[in-house]
Design a protein around this ligand. Structure first.
Ligand SMILES: [Cu+2]
Length: 753
């Protein structure tokens, strides 16, 4: 057994050492010395007018509408060269890429080269750096490849990425690496819904996704789980039910499929996986059935190898790992979505399967209780699962701590030393960022001028508005930096969700416990309550995007433009990025229509980030009707308080005061007032109409009693009240009942749009 163990541990170590033997300069010694730094950062190569050297590598990408069937239902998607994911683009460091993007669709598109260092105008963010690729047109991207590693590309136009516009990029190093068989694994998420409808549904705060996931955290379930107090506390703090993710996905895909078989992987062979998370909104946990995974690169850049048995990959990150194919049979590499609602698998080898472990379903009430034990005062939205508290803070430049006791300390050893080492080896654990150690010190030149920028990640879960420092992209100023500065972003996550943040055009140091060996990345995850510092040398020109890579968060405002002061401006900068900045402030409509035995109720809403037009209409089958229309504007950053003006039209026939003008049953009045959201998510409404009548109303909607059973109530100082209950049976529809003080009892159906 001991022998076997040592073998398992030895093989990858040996192979990786061997792999690096052909690196320039070294034949033996540690990996540190032998592995080439695959990150030259010679920005001069990007100087305008420079003639790109190396081989020209050309690709033609045809972007087309297509129909797919991932779930048994035919759905619209977008493909490149007829495939989802888009083709793998392969280059060698030093090549010049010439990529013609042919837009065969009727709408515009764009392609961003994620993690690639390139001239600003080739970055592919429409209306920021690059013109969109208009319908029917071709755009040619030309840029030199000054780095190697695993990267990817995707549309940066609206929600097209969710529809299939993503593909992998592999750049081989100029100094050839020994041949290990390698596989590119591109992860993604798929919904049968139109992505715009997904975003609209998130904006309206619909419950269906949580119901499907069992993540609603209703009062009934809370009582059953002994978490009633925690649920009360949560609602007292005006927090909605929390979840790790917003969207319910139908499928999770690996290279466009749920299951992939790689039968050409040989027994016992060490293979390299280039893993990319190209999801719109899903983190994945990776586990492998046969052995641990040995991380050799993160975000395209080689790191000190480290072994893990569970690798979480945030959206838009890439990791290169080595795994061992089993001696007999095949082994599963499983990518489980962060909400544990599904997974996709790759099988390596032939024959009986060694399965990857199952990840247990999330216990939302346990998460809620953990959250409740945290200090809520410091937070704006409360905190999410603190399931990984150990990694909560990453103070700048701290001394390496316990996580460092990993394979990286072995690297200088000779093979002979390894024989007796096996039992001292730690059992590989779950990945965390402190395990990432650069191959060389990454500290920045201390002569650079320091600049520190503090950003809080903020949001309003109830209205699905995401922001930095409570400002969405549409209302925020650019983040100004200057060339030659040592820029530090200090980010604090004050939301209850995790966010994968991506900076275009730069690699930054993700400051972790590895100190001067902090890794270089282009994307990093930040957990609730966590503060993370990144720093980079400002060595670019013009303007670059910085945003959350959860597609729906980006579209809801969590983005900034990082701008080099004094740098030449492009055509979009000259008009203030008008088009780009409009995106997060779009209007979204929704309504609920109840048709019951005694009457009908319509509640409609059209709103953007700060403004809403709300309509309420009720009609009884006896011919009574009442409407209220409000135009409101949110006033505070948390959006608890709104001012409104409105019009009230009531013309009842059968009610007691139906013939008395300016009564609660018969009136035409203009009114004005405030909404204020009280603890327990009760909406209070304080109003005065033009005749001087005052009214206070309290309302709570969608109080969850069980996983799909909801309760509403409303009461006001005119002694009117309404109580309602509904049982949700589909995303767009519920069986419902209500009792209204005027229109009495009824039962029927409610449609949700
Ligand atoms: Cu986000």
């Amino acid at each position: 057994m001991k022998k076997l163990l040592s073998l398992v541990f030895l093989i990858p170590v040996y192979t990786f050492a061997q792999m690096n033997h052909s690196m320039p300069g070294e034949m033996d010694g540690g990996l540190k010395k032998t592995t080439s730094y695959n990150f030259p950062l010679k920005k001069t190569q990007l100087a305008p007018g420079n003639i790109y050297q190396g081989k020209k590598v050309e690709y033609d990408l045809y972007v087309t509408d297509t129909m797919v069937n991932f779930t048994g239902k035919r759905r619209h998607a977008i493909a490149i060269n007829g495939q989802i994911p888009a083709p793998i683009l392969e280059f060698t460091e030093g090549d010049t890429a010439i990529i013609r993007v042919h837009n065969m669709m009727k709408m515009e598109t764009s392609i961003h080269w994620h993690g690639i260092l390139l001239p600003n105008k080739e970055d592919g963010v429409p209306y920021l750096t690059t013109s969109p690729v208009e319908a029917g047109k071709t755009y040619t991207f030309t840029f030199p490849l000054i780095q190697s590693g695993t990267y990817w590309y995707h549309s940066h136009t609206m929600l097209q990425e969710q529809s299939g516009l993503y593909g992998s990029i592999v750049i081989h190093p100029a100094q050839p690496e020994p041949q290990l068989k390698e596989y590119v694994l591109l992860l993604s998420d798929w919904t049968d819904e139109n992505p715009h409808q997904v975003l609209r549904y998130l904006k309206r705060g619909g419950e269906w996704y949580a119901i499907k996931k069992g993540a609603l955290q209703s009062y009934g379930e809370a009582i059953a789980a002994g978490a009633f107090k925690d649920k009360l506390k949560q609602e007292w703090q005006r927090m909605p039910a929390m979840d790790v993710s917003d969207v319910y996905y139908n499928k999770f895909l690996l290279n466009g499929q749920e299951t992939n078989e790689f039968k050409d992987a040989k027994p016992g062979e060490i293979i390299r996986l280039r893993i990319i998370n190209g999801s719109a909104a899903t983190y994945f946990n990776l586990q492998y059935g046969n052995s641990y995974m040995r991380i050799i690169a993160a975000d395209g850049i080689n790191v000190t190898p480290v072994n893990v048995n569970k690798l979480e990959i945030a959206i838009a990150e890439t990791y290169d790992v080595l795994i061992t194919v089993p001696e007999t049979g095949s082994a599963e590499l499983r990518a489980t979505s962060w909400d544990v609602m599904g997974y996709s698998s790759a099988f390596f080898g032939n024959g009986p399967i060694i399965k990857a472990p199952d990840i247990p379903r999330l216990n939302y009430f346990k998460m809620m209780q953990q959250m409740g034990s945290m200090n809520m005062k410091t937070m704006d939205m409360g905190n999410m699962p603190g399931m990984e508290m150990k990694n909560m803070s990453m103070p700048a430049d701290t001394i390496p701590k316990k996580e460092e006791m990993n394979m990286q300390n072995m690297e200088g050893m000779k093979m002979d030393d390894m024989a007796g080492m096996d039992m001292k080896m730690e059992i590989p654990g779950e990945f965390n960022y402190n395990m990432l150690r650069a191959l060389h010190p990454t500290t920045l030149d201390s002569s650079l001028v320091p600049r520190e920028i503090k950003l809080a990640l903020t949001g309003n879960m109830l209205r699905y508005v995401w922001s930095f420092n409570f400002k969405t992209l549409s209302t925020a100023d650019k983040i100004l930096i200057r060339k030659g500065e040592r820029v530090r972003f200090v980010l604090t996550n004050n939301t209850m969700m995790r966010h994968p943040l991506h900076l275009h055009g730069h690699f930054f140091r993700l400051i972790n416990t590895q100190g001067e060996y902090s890794p270089m990345k282009h994307t990093f995850d930040i957990k609730p309550m966590e503060t993370v510092t990144i720093e980079f040398e400002a060595n670019e020109e013009q303007d670059w995007f910085f945003h959350c890579h959860i597609l729906y968060h980006m579209m809801a405002g969590m983005a900034r433009i990082v701008s080099y002061e004094g740098s030449e401006q492009n055509e979009f900068a000259k008009t203030g990025y008008k088009k780009l900045k409009k995106e997060d402030n779009a209007f979204y409509p929704w309504y609920d229509l109840s048709v019951h035995s005694q009457g009908a109720w319509l509640s409609g809403n059209i709103s953007n980030n700060k403004t809403a037009l709300e309509f309420e209409g009720r009609v009884s089958w006896k011919g009574d009707y009442e409407t209220e229309t409000h135009l409101l504007r949110y006033l505070d950053k948390k959006q608890y308080l709104a001012f409104y003006i409105g019009y009230d039209y009531r013309k009842n026939k059968t009610l007691p005061l139906a013939n008395k003008p300016n009564s609660k049953d018969n009136r035409r009045v203009f009114d004005a007032g405030f909404y204020y959201l009280l603890p327990m998510l009760i909406r209070s409404e304080w109003r005065i109409d033009h005749t001087g009548r005052l009214r206070l109303q309290l309302e709570r909607r969608d109080l969850p009693l069980s996983n799909n059973f909801f309760f509403d109530f409303r009461v006001n100082t005119d002694m009117e009240y309404n109580v309602a209950a509904r049982y949700m049976i589909a995303k767009s529809f519920s069986i419902s009942t209500n009792y209204d003080s005027d229109y009495k009892w009824g039962i029927g159906l409610t449609w949700h749009y």
